[in-house]
Design a protein around this ligand. Sequence first.
Ligand SMILES: C=CC1=C(C)c2cc3[nH]c(cc4nc(cc5[nH]c(cc1n2)c(C)c5CCC(=O)O)C(CCC(=O)O)=C4C)c(C)c3C=C
Ligand SMILES: [Fe+2]
Ligand SMILES: [Fe+2]
Length: 353
Amino acid sequence: METYASNAPTQTTSQVGKTGVLIVNLGTPDSPSVPDVRKYLREFLLDGRVLDIAATTRYFLVNGIIAPFRAPKSAKVYRELWTETGSPLKYYGEVVERELQKALGNEYVVTLAMRYQSPSIDAGLARFQRLGLNSIIVIPFFPQYASASTGSVYEKVMDIVKSWQVIPEIKFINRFLEHPKFIQGFVQNGRKYMDTRNYDHYLFTYHGLPERQILKGDVTGKVCKLGDCCGKLHAMNQHCYRAQCFETTRRLVKELGLPEGSYTTSFQSRLGRTPWIKPYTDEVIKELTAKGVKSVLAFSPSFVADCLETTIEIGDEYRELFEEKGGEHWQLVESLNDSPIWIETLVDLVKTA
Ligand SMILES: C=CC1=C(C)c2cc3[nH]c(cc4nc(cc5[nH]c(cc1n2)c(C)c5CCC(=O)O)C(CCC(=O)O)=C4C)c(C)c3C=C
Ligand SMILES: [Fe+2]
Ligand SMILES: [Fe+2]
């Protein structure tokens, strides 16, 4: 068979013609030690798509303030998250890598990468280059598109392959919130709790973003006002992350059969003093408890694997706030992790790419 990269060092004819599938999640520290967490935060927050401010201010802020002061605090929380298999984000990534490889068979080479820290996107793509694969499918593990997540993965991949002599066909999966099996995965997990008790309210809490990042994505400058306009996803606001989150909730609510008024969409994890997209999860929790809500089932559909933002922020910190304000029963629905339906979702995404 013809190969396009005949000088690739470990290429074998048996690999030629295969498709590389690069599954990419955000990344996590190598360990919960302060130096490793600092290294992770530095790489993450020096990304101009994540902290989208002037480069000199970003360097000053990250190196002078965030890395020295936030790293010890974050490391403490990462120690609570860490299990005997390490960081859940990475552990589930590795299981999914194996399961997806099994499900796809030997026409495909599946490789896990992290946008920050390890295993790196450089290493994953170098593997594909050595094997002389014909095409690559990149699946960022973010159900909704955001410049800070999916956009950053695209930029990194393009930055690496730009120096290759032969750039194979590359397909990027932009988002998958509409995929019925992705929705069904969260529905299955949620039903496990709904079958055993009733909840006063259902919360769909997504990773937040600075408002300016959403507004920069509106090329017309006229469509997104960060208000009710994001409530419906249509041709003109396709790239609005906030609108994509509301659409995700709409689909989940439909499948779960939740009545109007029994659920809320909110945004968590804000950092810094600039405005982030609203409503803020902590404020919603205070409003709900003030209205007498005693039990909440919380979904986190911007994450496909449990991580610091789900297990600790939603599972522990928001629970504490809820109970402090008079709430009685707070339950986090686990993420898709290594569930068979998540593997089936990925198989579909690959086969239809
Ligand atoms: C400006 C800051 C941040 C933006 C913008 C941002 C966007 C964003 N992040 C995720 C997914 C994850 N983020 C995680 C952790 C995390 N996020 C930020 C900041 C921004 N994220 C920080 C500083 C951290 C580290 C933890 C901390 O110190 O608080 C994680 C968890 C990783 C883990 O190890 O478990 C995920 C996942 C998305 C999808 C997103 C844009 C939509
Ligand atoms: Fe984040
Ligand atoms: Fe919007």
